[in-house]
Write a protein that binds this ligand. Sequence first.
Ligand code: NOJ
Length: 540
Amino acid sequence: MANSHLWWQTGTIYQIYPRSFQDSNGDGIGDLAGINQRLDYLHSLNVEAVWLSPIYPSPMHDFGYDVADYVDINPMFGTMADFDDLLASLHQRGMKLILDLVPNHTSDEHEWFRESRSSRDNPKRDWYIWRDPAPDGGPPNNWLSFFGGPAWTFDEHTGQYYLHQFVTQQPELNYRHPDVLPTMLKNMRFWLDKGVDGFRVDVIWLMMKDELLRDEPPNPDWDGVVPHNSLRHIYTQGVSGIHDLIRQMRAVLDEYDERMMVGEIYLPNEELVTYYGRFHPNGANDECHMPFNFQLINTPWDAQTVRRAVDAYEAALPDNAWPNWVLGNHDQHRLATRVGPAQARVVTMLLLTLRGTPTCYYGDEIGMENVPIPPEFVQDPPAVLQPELAHLIGRDPERTPMQWDASPNAGFAPDGVVTWLPVAADYARRNVAQQESDPVSMLNFFRALTKLRQAEPALNRGVYTAVNTGVEDIFAYRRTANADFLVILNFGGGTNTLNLAHVAKRAEIAIATDMTRSGSVDLSNMTIYPNEGLVLRLTH
Ligand code: NOJ
């Protein structure tokens, strides 16, 4: 890198889904004042930055990812004064704030879209993507919405279709119109001028679409399950012009000190890494500081497959590109549910010891699991629109209220309030208060890892080298800088004896998934227990 390591490289990012973190006013929905009440907690997690999912005015058809005003706060979440307070308090405690920027689409209630749909000759008509019906009156092409059905909705009033790849109420902006990007850049400056430290940019790789709106070809590998996967998205994703657009967004960040942009991009390594942009001879790049690396989310949970995925990503990264890892977010089933509760600590140890910035999702630090949502409470649009696929693509189960304590509503909202999604049935057993008082809880395990990572250059910036152990269920690697750490993860339920004398003779246990385990180990003959993970400090 051009500079020595920056906050977004060495630190851990913690994602808050604001609707579900802390309700301060008893409406059953989390808010900014609620987050402000939990600063001590956030600080205790040893995280460097907090990323908030959208907090802007929105009719909430996609729970805030349908933005009706980019430069204001949704009254449901509080006021601009609450926001300013939160930003100042985070900064006071040495933490950063990352906002969610949603530039690909607006809400249909955004003033720009109201104007755009008002008549064909409105000056904002072409800020969105409008087309005449196909000769048979149907949609202009075969593009599909991620959430089910066509990506086009017919507007009776003006007799044309508009494009939306998510819900109907999320019309897509047209970045080929010369006024759209400058306006979005102005919105970015509004928050950067306030002191916001960066943006997570929603579906950044979708922002350009094929100018000719050509039909997308069928996907020969489609498994017949989620209709959106039935096409190869060559005309809606990563379309020519996208890199130039991202460069212009990045240039705005570069007008300020140490701000960052992390792009939401689901792509294989080779394509993903192109979103770092070009690297200058001084090591600086010119697109996303980091394109989110989601590949472990869908990697089958076995040691050798995960090792191959990590090694492949490491190999694909251009020189000077800073890695990052994501294992959970508000669009993915809970981590502990995906890998199984027995592996929850192992996966946390992996995330917090790999090379590159970890992004953690609220509640994973206490091992929250997917919460089954009874059909009458389902709210998430893809699950509502495709009920037969709700169990696969519904996102309510991972968005339920944070479990703070054993009081009614888990301390998320006052007793008697109906929370926007149900509180998990296990909250009286699994909650922050209970785990605070248990020195070997998941929460204290998480904190021990983030603390060690924060303190040790070897872990927050050191080199990564995979280590062969000869055991199928084990993934082991070294992290090296001024000190030398060996991480050993047992993905299986068996006990193994390892001979790692080729790495070193002896090591001290720095952190074990079984937090009562400590002391020194002989690497030529060491036992690793079922579902165990160890971070060892090599003493040679
Ligand atoms: C990605 C966001 O993470 C997701 O929650 C949202 O539904 C879509 N983009 C549309 O904004």
